[in-house]
Each structure stands twice: as structure tokens, then as C-alpha cells.
Design a protein around this ligand. Sequence first.
Ligand code: BG6
Length: 255
Amino acid sequence: PFIKDLFGLTDMEEKIRQAYGLQQVVIVPGDSDHSPHTKRELGLAGAQVLRKVVKEGDVIGVTGGSTLAEVANLLTFPTSDTNCMFVPARGGLGENVELQANTIASTMAKRTGGQYRLLHVPDHLGDEAYQSLMSDPNIQEVVEVIRRSRIVIHGIGNAMTMARRRKADERTIELLKQEGAHAEAFGYYFDREGNVVHKMPTVGLKLEDIMETEVVIGVAGGSSKAEAIESILKFGHEDILVTDEAAAQVIVSRC
Ligand code: BG6
């Protein structure tokens, strides 16, 4: 708390919390774009927030990404009998294995003595493939579990960064630009005002589910992500934001 007050972080937390009607905002000092140490602190803060909100028997939906990978690596729960189930929020989104939601869900389960279920769904699903996958009883069962998530913890990215990281083709990139895609979270692309403009075809949590999830936790930092975070906040379904000083400064200056 002392360090936070020294940097004025507590004030910024409160400003952002009020501006977007959030339950809680946590800001760590620094800029995770430039400092691996800050990114780790961001991960640790995300892990602490999750540890606090979790209840016995919870289903926790997680996304992929390097930030959530940090959260996973630093996650601990008080006892091994909290008995949580970690699931990927959505199926294949074109990430490398280390950054996939499946990997992160299994790491979190192992670190906390919880359980996990995986979604084996390939990327870039066509309509027909989607329909046939959805009629598979195993997939249906996992999707049902996923849709029961009481908590969702997710990363936030810049639309273009994420599209390129997922190796979207030039046509899709052009389309995203035309649609005004600015931010990305859980496979949905948002414009500056927080409207959904594009979604990746996969299975798992739908936007309606996210809107109804009891606790949605966004973990993202770095000055380059400030505006993307802002558009997800405008979308209006976050409950807790964990970010860093560099992103927070930009967000506060525009509140
Ligand atoms: C992806 C999530 O895996 O990670 C996205 O599905 C998120 O929703 C992204 O935007 C963030 O990644 P990073 O590496 O910037 O934390």
C-alpha cells in the first residue's frame, strides 16, 4: 500500500473503478511493455485477485495469452481442496501451444490441485465443421461445463496485434480494419466504443455468457494496450481490472 500511494496508484484505481462502475481495480507500478518484471507483477496481482474471489467448487474459464500464462505460473490456492475446475473459455483461436487457453487451464489446475477439462477444437472452423463438432457428445459436454463458469479471467489485446499473432489472412485483416476493430478479448473484436464488430468462429463461451458471468476479471497492461483496455471497459461487462501504471495513466487521462 505504501508504494502504491507513493505513485498515486490508489487514486488511479479509484478513478477507473468509478468511471467504469467496476468492483475492483488493481494497478501495479511500471510498464509491462518494457519490463518483464512489471509483467510478472501483473501476473502475480491477477493470481492474487483470482485466489480471493474463488469459492469451493467453482468453474473458472480462462483465456490464453502471455499475460494469463504469467497468472498461471504464479497461481496458488490456500488449500488443495478448493476443488475448482479450470476450463478454456473458448476453443482454438490460433495461438501457439504455450499461449493456448487449454495449456493455461491445465497449468492452473496443476498448481492449485484443481481439475481441468480441455477443448480440442481446431482453429478456423467452417460452418459445416462447426455444426458437426457441436453435435459431438464429448464436445457438447465440455461446452456445457464451460458455460457454467462462475468466474472468467481473460487477457486483452490490440486487434491488429492479435489478428497477426493468430496469422489471420490479409482479407480478414482488411475486414477487421474496415469494421473498426480496435481491441480483442476472448476471440471477439471490439471497436473503440466497445461494440463487438467481429468474432472468431469457435466453440465455448458466447458473448451472452460473458455478459452473465458473475465475476469477469481482465488482466492486461502496457502503454500499447491502454486504448484496447479502454474499449473493453466500455463494452461494460468487466467486474475486476488488473492493469499496470502505464496503461492506467492513459485510461485515467481519458476518463
Ligand atoms: C489471447 C486471448 O490468448 O491472449 C485474447 O484469447 C487476449 O483474448 C490475448 O487478447 C492477450 O495476449 P497477451 O499475450 O497480450 O497477454
